[in-house]
Design a protein around this ligand. Structure first.
Ligand SMILES: CSCCC(=O)C(=O)COP(=O)(O)O
Ligand SMILES: [Zn+2]
Length: 207
């Protein structure tokens, strides 16, 4: 991992913004550095126009370690990134976006998870099975984000998810990966899967 990953985050954010997955100030991206701390987008920044000043470096415990602009506050959803890095210590990047489809599919859930269709794209998320029966965990959306983070920690300490991704109801998707490159890939794959789920419903295809 690049010791300063901010340029990778800026590039990914611009791309996701252009695709409509980080409209306005929606979403947040982070990536780790060698001491275990991570650079995360500052709260409320327009995600199509980030510069290196629009990030805050935060420790795993949530303490601000470096802040290039005194007006910056870490993303309001930093506690979710902390939870992911603590649960999965090899994780180097954690990306959260708000596409329309990522919100829609959280209304097609069974209990606390979304059944994923058995499509080829699952291989990109590490699922290499002939007839995969894979689910993506879905969490309640609380105004108090630390409550979402706590529920993620509690559930994943009991049982690890099948894929490196989670959904928050009517909110968005979060993925994590061992590199910024893989995190970008996982966002693209999950978004493809959500588009597929929405389109399959529209044409009456069920698996
Ligand atoms: C308009 S988006 C509402 C907050 C949110 O869900 C998000 O992802 C962005 O919050 P941040 O504090 O990271 O800008
Ligand atoms: Zn969000």
């Amino acid at each position: 991992m690049n010791s300063d990953p901010r340029q990778d985050l800026i590039t990914a954010s611009r791309q996701f913004y252009q695709l409509g997955w980080m409209a306005g100030t929606a979403g947040n991206l982070s990536a780790r550095v060698d001491d275990g701390s991570f650079w995360i987008t500052a709260s409320g920044k327009q995600k199509g126009k980030l510069t290196e000043e629009d990030f805050v470096r935060v420790s795993l415990q949530g303490e601000v370690m470096e802040n290039p602009n005194l007006g910056n506050r870490p993303s309001a959803e930093t506690s979710i990134h902390q939870a992911v890095y603590s649960l999965f210590p090899d994780t180097k990047a954690c990306y959260h976006v708000h596409s329309v489809e990522a919100k829609l599919v959280t209304n097609f859930t069974e209990g606390d998870h979304l059944n994923l269709p058995p499509i080829e794209m699952l291989k990109g998320l590490g699922v290499w099975e002939e007839h995969p029966k894979v689910v993506m965990p879905v969490f309640k959306n609380h105004l108090d984000v630390s409550k979402i983070a706590k529920e993620i920690s509690t559930r994943f300490q009991q049982s690890k998810p099948n894929v490196p991704a989670l959904l928050i109801k009517n909110h968005g998707v979060t993925v994590w990966a061992n590199s910024a490159f893989d995190a970008e890939n996982y966002i693209e794959l999950t978004e493809y899967i959500f588009r597929y789920i929405v389109a399959a419903r529209q044409v009456g295809v069920s698996h």
